[in-house]
Each structure stands twice: as structure tokens, then as C-alpha cells.
Design a protein around this ligand. Structure first.
Ligand code: C2E
Ligand code: MG
Ligand code: MG
Ligand code: MG
Length: 286
């Protein structure tokens, strides 16, 4: 009977594998089609000056528009896009659309703000990346100092000479660079001195329990103080409550981003908030 069981188990696993492989292939061809048809949209989330409530920047977050599955979040397709290399085309679309929108807001008379765009490692490994960024800025007319590129700490850890050169070139062009999900990379901090970055984005996992977990408070305070002495800006990600905001302000954190102020939303939905330009008024109104 052992033999029979083995055979059944084998058949069971092959069936499961077939399902997984088929699902992946279906997803991959759907994503390829989406890239051709540009079935994506950007939502924008404000970054807030914690002293004044002003919006100092917005971060562009990509979504995939589908007919059957509604709006697909980046966590559910960016990994596949990275594996397949489709991220290069998606990333170019995101950059162009984000820069175009930033310019449109400027032309409409809103205070110019930085547009923050997320990058995957595979994008800046691409030889054509620098030319692509230069071309997109020229085409959209956005001045480079209004563009901020976000690279996660775990990607920075695997830095190569080529990557450091690229970051230097981007920085020389006037583009701002930010380290995303800072604190999650378990990295040596020595890279902070070597790279031309302006900003650390403190990962939301440290903000979540900041009012109840003294370890998280200590970590965040350490990051804020280290950043100050290295002359870097810091921003707290994932600010959801008034208590978190009060604590962050008392520790000298000057910029925040999170649901407490605003969820990521469409350009149209964000427009009145940008016009009003005071997210404290907004959060009090709720
Ligand atoms: P991220 O860059 O760290 O973006 C922050 C994520 O946290 C966003 O999720 C945002 O909606 C969410 N968030 C914002 N405020 C809060 C809050 O107060 N509480 C909580 N719990 N979450 C909050 P989203 O939009 O699902 O994006 C997830 C990740 O996908 C991003 O993390 C980024 O790494 C990646 N991503 C998004 N757009 C792009 C893109 O255009 N290109 C690349 N390569 N990656 C992208
Ligand atoms: Mg980000
Ligand atoms: Mg982050
Ligand atoms: Mg993240």
C-alpha cells in the first residue's frame, strides 16, 4: 500500500504544481497585456510637514486596473514584474505619469512639491535607465529638483560600483534620493556616508507600536538623531493615529506620511487637499 500512497501523493503534488504554474502563466500574460495597454494608474499620498500641516511632497503608488479582479495592489504584481523584467516598462510608465502629474499641478498654480517615485533594483541595473530618466524629465518639463527617487534599504545593501555611480549621476542632475523602508535592512550604516542621499523613510513597522513599545520608540529616536547629525531628512511612514503623531513631533520628527493625514488617492481626489494645503485642517474635520 506504501507504493499506492506514494503514487497518490505524487499525483497530488503534480496537480498542485500544475495549478500554481498555470496561475503564474495566466498572471504573467495578463501583466504583459497590461503593459502593452498601459492598464495602470497612480495613486498619490501626501507627505506632511508636521509643524505646519503643509504638503511638502507626494509619493506615487502604482495600481493595476483589471476588468475581472478590480484594482490590483503593487504587492500582488511588482514581484512578478521584477522577475519577468516587465518592471522596466512599468517603471518608465510610472515615472512619466508621475512627472507629468507633478508638472500639471505646478502649471495649475499649486505650490510645487516633490514627486516621489519608487524604484526596483532591476530598473537601475538597466544601462538605459539614466537616459530614460533624462528623457522623461525633458519630455514632461519637470525640473529635476522636483523629482525624488525612492530605493529600499535592502536594495541599497546590495550596492555595486555601478549603482553608486548611477546614484551619483542622478544626484548631480539635481534629483533627490530617499532610502525607503529604512531600518528593515539590518545593514551596516556605513553606506549612508558614501551615498548621495537626502532622506530616510522610517519604515512603518517601527511606527505602528511606537506609543506602546519602548523599543520602537528608542529605534525611531535613534534614527531621527542619527539622520540629524548626518544632515539627512527623515520621514515617518505609516502614521495612523493622533497619538503616533504627537509622539513623533515630541521626538523632533519633522515630516510624516500615513492614513492619519490621507490615504493614497487619485490625482482628482487629491487636488482639493493640495489646494487647501493644510492636512491638519483636513484631519480635524474628520
Ligand atoms: P512603500 O513605498 O513603502 O509605500 C508605502 C505603502 O504603505 C503603500 O502601500 C501605502 O499605501 C501604504 N501606507 C501608507 N500609509 C499607511 C498607513 O498609515 N498605514 C499602513 N498600514 N499602510 C500605509 P502600497 O501602495 O500597497 O505599496 C506597497 C509597496 O509597493 C510600496 O511600499 C513600494 O515598495 C511598492 N510600490 C508601489 N508603487 C511602486 C512603483 O511604482 N514601482 C515600484 N518598483 N514599487 C512600487
Ligand atoms: Mg515608497
Ligand atoms: Mg516604505
Ligand atoms: Mg515598502
Amino acid at each position: 500500500h506504501g507504493k499506492g500512497l506514494g503514487k497518490n501523493t505524487y499525483q497530488y503534488f503534480t496537480a498542485q504544481m500544475n495549478i500554481a504554474v498555470k496561475r503564474r502563466m495566466t498572471l504573467e500574460s495578463a501583466l504583459r497585456r497590461a503593459v502593452m495597454q498601459k492598464d495602470f494608474l497612480l495613486h498619490y499620498q501626501p507627505q506632511i510637514n508636521l509643524e505646519t500641516g503643509e504638503v511638502i511632497a507626494v509619493e506615487a503608488l502604482v495600481r493595476w486596473k483589471t476588468e475581472d479582479s478590480g484594482t490590483v495592489m503593487p504587492g500582488d504584481f511588482i514581484p512578478l514584474a521584477e522577475e519577468t523584467g516587465l518592471i522596466n516598462e512599468i517603471g518608465e510608465w510610472v515615472l512619466r505619469e508621475g512627472c507629468r502629474q507633478a508638472k500639471e499641478w505646478q502649471v495649475a498654480g499649486l505650490t510645487p512639491r516633490r514627486m516621489a517615485i519608487n524604484l526596483s533594483a532591476r530598473q537601475f541595473a538597466d544601462k538605459a535607465f539614466l537616459d530614460m530618466v533624462t528623457r522623461v524629465l525633458a519630455e514632461t518639463g519637470l525640473a529635476p529638483e522636483y523629482l525624488e527617487l525612492e530605493i529600499t534599504e535592502s536594495q541599497v545593501m546590495r550596492q555595486t560600483d555601478g549603482m553608486i555611480m548611477l546614484l551619483n549621476r542622478l544626484s548631480e542632475m539635481g534629483i533627490h534620493l530617499a532610502i525607503d523602508d529604512f531600518g528593515t535592512g539590518y545593514s551596516s550604516l556605513s553606506y549612508l556616508k558614501r551615498l548621495p542621499i537626502q532622506k530616510l523613510k522610517i519604515d512603518q513597522s517601527f511606527i505602528r507600536d511606537i506609543t506602546v513599545d519602548p523599543n520602537d520608540t528608542a529605534i525611531v529616536v535613534a534614527i531621527i538623531n542619527m539622520a540629524k547629525s548626518l544632515d539627512l531628512d527623515t520621514i515617518a511612514e505609516g502614521v495612523e493615529t493622533a497619538g503616533q503623531l504627537a509622539l513623533l513631533r515630541s521626538k523632533g520628527c519633522r515630516v510624516g506620511q500615513g492614513f492619519y493625514f490621507s490615504a493614497p488617492m487619485s490625482a482628482e481626489a487629491l487636488y482639493p487637499l493640495l489646494k487647501q494645503n493644510n492636512l491638519y485642517l483636513q484631519s480635524r474635520a474628520r
